[in-house]
Design a protein. Structure first.
Ligand code: SUG
Length: 415
C-alpha cells in the first residue's frame, strides 16, 4: 500500500452567499449582507486545486450539498426570518476541513483509515451538513477493508472535525501523533470544539492513547476570532507551525509533543512579530502546509491576504531566508471564501490513504477539472444578493447547476 496525503477540497456551491451566520467568525460577520460571486468563488477554489495538483500533490474533491435545504425550512414551518433562510441556503460545506476528523491507517488499532463525520452542532447552518456529508464520505471511501466512516458523535458535544485536529509524524505513512484541540466555553464567542467530542473521536478511531494529546485552545485566541484552531496553527509531518497565543498551555503541549515525537520541529511565531489580531485577519496559519515531492521540503500555501500583510510578509521572508523546513510560500486567491472566514486550509480535508482505494470519481484529473470548470462557468450564478435568497428563479438555477455538475462527474447517485 502506498500511502499519500490526499487533499479533498470542497467545490464551492452555486448558492455561496454572505449571510453573516457565524458568531465569532470575524470575516463572515464583517461581510454579512455583501453580494457574493459564486462562479468566481468556485473558480478560485478550482484554481487552487489545479495548482496543488501541478505541484505533484494528490488532489480530490467533495461535492456541494443540496441547497436550499427545503426540509429544514419545512420543519421550521417555512420561516421568513433571514438568518434561517440563510442557513438553508448556506454553501458552508465548501470548508471540508470541518467535514470530518481523519485518522490514517498507521494510527489505528485495526489499520483502517477512520473518518468521523463532524456534527458541527454549534452553528445552525453548519449542523445541517452532516447527513449529506456522511453519505458522500461513504461513497468516496466505500472500501470497508481500508476505511471506516463513522456517523457524528452526539450533538450535545460539538465537533468541528479536522479543523481542531493535527497529526504529526516522521512522515505521512509512519504512525502519527494525533493532537486534538478543544475550546472551553465562557468567552464572548462560542467554543465550537468540545473536549468530550474530541475524546470520543479518539476512542472511535481506536487510537493508541500513548500517541494522542488533548490540548485546550487559548481563550484569548477564540476571543480574537480563532473560532477553529486551524486559524492559529497548522501541522504537517514533523513540523508544527503555530502562533504564540494559539494554545492555553503551549509549553506543556510542546514538551508532550517532543516527548512522543523526538523529531518534532515546532516553529512558533511570536506576538511581537505578528499580533494575534493580525494572524487572524491575515489567516497566515490557515495555510496548507504540504510536503513537496522529490524531497523538495515543505511549502506553505497561504491566502493572498497574508502575503499582502506587511508584518506577515516580513516574517515569512526572514523565515524563508533561514532555509528551514518550509522552502516555499505560495500565495493563492481564495478571496470569496476568505470573506466568509475560510482560507486555503479550511477548503480542504486531508486524508492519508492509498489513492487506489478511493473512488476515482472523487479524484481530480485534468478531465474532471475541465468538466468542473465548464459546469461552473456556464451554470453557477454570477452573483447573489442575500436579499434574493428564497426567490423561485434562484432556487431553480442553483438546483439545476448542482444537478448538472453531478451528472458531468458521473456522480448523480449522490443526489
Ligand atoms: O464555520 N463560515 C465558516 C468558515 C469555516 C472555516 N473553516 C475552518 N476554519 N476550518 C464557519 O464559520 C460563514 C457563513 C455565512 O455567514 O454565510 C461560515 O459558515
Amino acid at each position: 500500500m502506498a500511502l499519500v496525503e490526499i487533499n479533498f477540497d470542497g467545490i464551492v456551491g452555486p448558492s455561496h452567499n454572505y449571510a453573516g451566520l457565524s458568531l465569532g467568525n470575524l470575516a463572515a460577520t464583517v461581510h454579512a449582507g455583501d453580494v457574493s460571486y459564486p462562479r468566481a468563488a468556485a473558480l478560485q477554489g478550482l484554481a487552487k486545486m489545479r495548482a496543488n495538483a501541478a505541484l505533484g500533490l494528490a488532489q480530490g474533491f467533495l461535492l456541494p450539498l443540496p441547497r436550499p435545504n427545503s426540509a429544514f425550512l419545512a420543519a421550521l414551518g417555512e420561516p421568513d426570518d433571514r438568518p434561517l433562510i440563510g442557513a438553508a441556503w448556506s454553501a458552508s460545506s465548501m470548508w471540508t476541513a470541518n467535514a470530518a476528523t481523519v485518522s490514517p491507517a498507521p494510527d489505528t488499532a485495526d489499520r483502517r483509515c477512520h473518518l468521523t463525520t463532524a456534527n458541527l452542532a454549534t452553528m445552525p447552518h453548519r449542523s445541517l451538513e452532516w447527513p449529506d456529508t456522511a453519505r458522500q464520505l461513504r461513497l468516496a471511501f466505500a472500501d470497508a477493508a481500508h476505511f471506516a466512516v463513522h456517523d457524528p458523535v452526539p450533538a450535545c458535544f460539538g465537533d468541528e472535525g479536522a479543523a481542531n485536529h493535527m497529526r504529526m509524524a516522521a512522515s505521512h505513512e509512519a504512525p502519527g501523533l494525533e493532537i486534538f484541540v478543544y475550546g472551553r466555553s465562557g468567552g464572548a464567542f462560542p467554543a465550537r470544539q468540545h473536549e468530550q467530542a474530541s475524546r470520543a473521536v479518539a476512542r472511535l478511531h481506536r487510537l493508541d492513547p500513548e500517541r494522542v494529546l488533548f490540548a485546550a485552545q487559548n481563550p484569548a485566541a477564540i476571543a480574537a476570532g480563532a473560532f477553529h484552531n486551524d486559524v492559529v496553527a497548522v501541522a504537517n509531518e514533523h513540523l508544527l507551525f503555530a502562533h504564540e497565543e494559539a494554545f492555553a498551555e503551549p509549553e506543556a503541549l510542546f514538551a508532550a509533543i517532543r516527548k512522543r515525537l523526538p523529531e518534532a520541529e515546532i516553529v512558533v511565531v511570536p506576538s511581537s512579530a505578528i499580533s494575534l489580531s493580525e494572524a487572524v485577519r491575515s489567516y497566515l496559519f490557515n495555510a496548507q502546509l504540504v510536503t513537496l515531492p522529490s524531497s523538495a521540503g515543505m511549502a506553505l500555501v497561504i491566502p493572498l491576504e497574508a502575503w499582502e500583510s506587511a508584518a506577515v510578509r516580513g516574517w515569512l521572508e526572514i523565515m524563508l531566508a533561514g532555509n528551514g523546513a518550509i522552502r516555499r510560500v505560495i500565495p493563492v486567491d481564495v478571496r470569496q471564501s476568505m470573506a466568509n472566514g475560510g482560507g486555503p486550509a479550511c477548503l480542504r480535508l486531508r486524508v492519508v490513504a492509498d489513492l487506489a482505494m478511493v473512488d476515482p470519481r472523487f479524484l481530480l484529473s485534468d478531465t474532471n477539472a475541465d468538466k468542473i470548470e465548464w459546469v461552473v462557468s456556464h451554470h453557477w450564478p454570477e452573483q447573489i444578493d442575500p436579499a434574493d435568497l428564497g426567490s423561485p428563479t434562484l432556487i431553480q438555477s442553483v438546483v439545476a447547476a448542482r444537478a448538472t455538475l453531478l451528472q458531468a462527474l458521473d456522480l448523480a447517485e449522490v443526489t
